[in-house]
Design a protein around this ligand. Structure first.
Ligand SMILES: [Zn+2]
Length: 405
């Protein structure tokens, strides 16, 4: 059987000769061949795919232990691997829609937009079919969801044609050809949708000089990015996961909300494996960003400025409440250097709410402590007096958090 996409590339080469040929591999579909030829960082990819494998060092675990705070990028509240283990275990106990929805409901606020929309569809259907399975719901709806996706694709192509027609005869003709070929390409699954989206985006990027208008270019790019995939469209999600087990579908609704380690300075550019270079970022943002520079990413996602402040405010609150490990006491300030350098100064945030820890306290308060210690069992003292031992804080274990609280 002829692969519809490679067939498409073949037919299409004449009108499309300025674009580099790419192999139709999953990697190429997932990564943009024009701007981002490299795969995402191995740790990023691995963290997403194999969150539970303990190949990462203690320092990554330290930052992961921050737990339930907002993603500095998209602002979605993040989950932990322990949460995922619990959800997975709970979902495997019973396959009914009723149990399924009750299990996922406490995690609703952690879901991204598309996942939340899918979950609301499950909830609505589950109320009428409490004993049936979510897996059946997807299988029943696959065909109608596929038709809705195709309709949406056609609408987007029409909008692209209208805009490019208004730019110039050449641009109009070029995009009329492109959309005509893409419209005729058979779509059998979500992978095909993703491929068409990827090509449409790269067509617009390579036609930037032909479009010759920054506003129209952005408008076209946004339209192409809106072409349905399981990440941005609930119907495409249904198409993608129809035929999968209920448990997998349920964990997928939350998986991209798990906090992952983002290297502020990419490892490829010599970024170190140190706490000072780590940001806890949701799997979705971490994966989507790939190796786009932080400065470019902030330009594309201006909401990151506000969300970064929110992230540090929440981290600081945890530090002030002694909920985090000692190694994170100065974390909000420690990463400032890397964030400032990588964002070329565009990302600033306020850490004044961070309360000074033991090492920075005044001599008089230390003296007060000494007086207090007279009544308590003595802990081991070291010989140098300029660096007193910090009092031992209770260790915070993220899996003990009640996330529904
Ligand atoms: Zn995010």
């Amino acid at each position: 059987m002829i692969n519809p996409i490679s067939n498409l590339r073949f037919n299409f080469s004449q009108v499309h000769n300025q674009q580099k040929q790419t192999n139709n591999t999953v990697q190429n579909v997932l990564t943009n061949p024009i701007k981002r030829p490299k795969l995402p960082q191995p740790t990023t990819m691995m963290a997403l795919l194999y969150n539970n494998i303990a190949f990462t060092g203690h320092r990554e675990d330290l930052v992961r232990s921050i737990g339930h705070v907002s993603c500095p990028c998209c602002g979605t509240k993040m989950l932990t691997n322990q949460d995922m283990d619990k959800v997975s275990k709970d979902l495997s106990k019973n396959d009914s829609a009723e149990h399924y929805i009750n299990t996922l409901k406490p995690y609703e606020e952690y879901m991204h937009k598309t996942e939340k929309e899918v979950f609301h569809r499950f909830e609505k259907w589950g109320k009428e079919n409490p004993k049936d399975t979510i897996s059946n719901f997807l299988s029943e709806n696959r065909d109608s969801s596929m038709n809705i996706c195709k309709k949406k694709q056609t609408e987007i192509f029409e909008k692209i044609n209208t805009i490019t027609n208004g730019i110039s005869k050449e641009a109009g003709e070029k995009f009329a050809n492109l959309t005509s070929v893409y419209s005729k390409t058979p779509i059998n699954n979500e992978e095909d949708m993703k491929t068409i989206r990827k090509y449409m985006i790269s067509d617009i990027k390579t036609s930037k000089s032909l479009i010759n208008n920054e506003e129209k270019y952005k408008e076209l790019k946004n339209l192409a990015e809106d072409l349905p995939t399981s990440k941005n469209n609930a119907e495409a999600f249904i198409v993608r996961y129809a035929g999968e087990k209920s448990e997998k579908i349920g964990t997928r609704l939350l998986k991209l909300s798990v906090g992952t380690i983002e290297h502020i300075k990419p490892q490829a550019d010599g970024g170190k494996d140190r706490v000072e270079n780590y940001l806890l970022e949701c799997g979705e943002c971490n994966h989507t960003r790939g190796d786009v520079s932080l400065k470019d990413w902030i330009e594309q996602h201006p909401e990151m400025k506000e969300n970064t402040q929110k992230y540090f405010d929440e981290v600081i609150e945890k530090i002030n409440n002694n909920e985090l490990e000692h190694g994170l006491d100065n974390y909000p300030n420690a990463v400032r250097g890397a964030l400032t350098a990588q964002s070329k100064g565009t990302l600033t945030y306020d850490t004044s709410a961070l309360k000074p820890k033991e090492t920075e306290r005044t001599q008089s308060s230390k003296d007060n402590d000494k007086a207090e210690k007279q009544d308590k069992p003595q802990t081991q003292q070291c010989s140098h007096t300029h660096k007193p031992h910090k009092p031992h804080k209770p260790h915070h274990h993220p899996h003990r958090l009640n996330i529904a609280a």
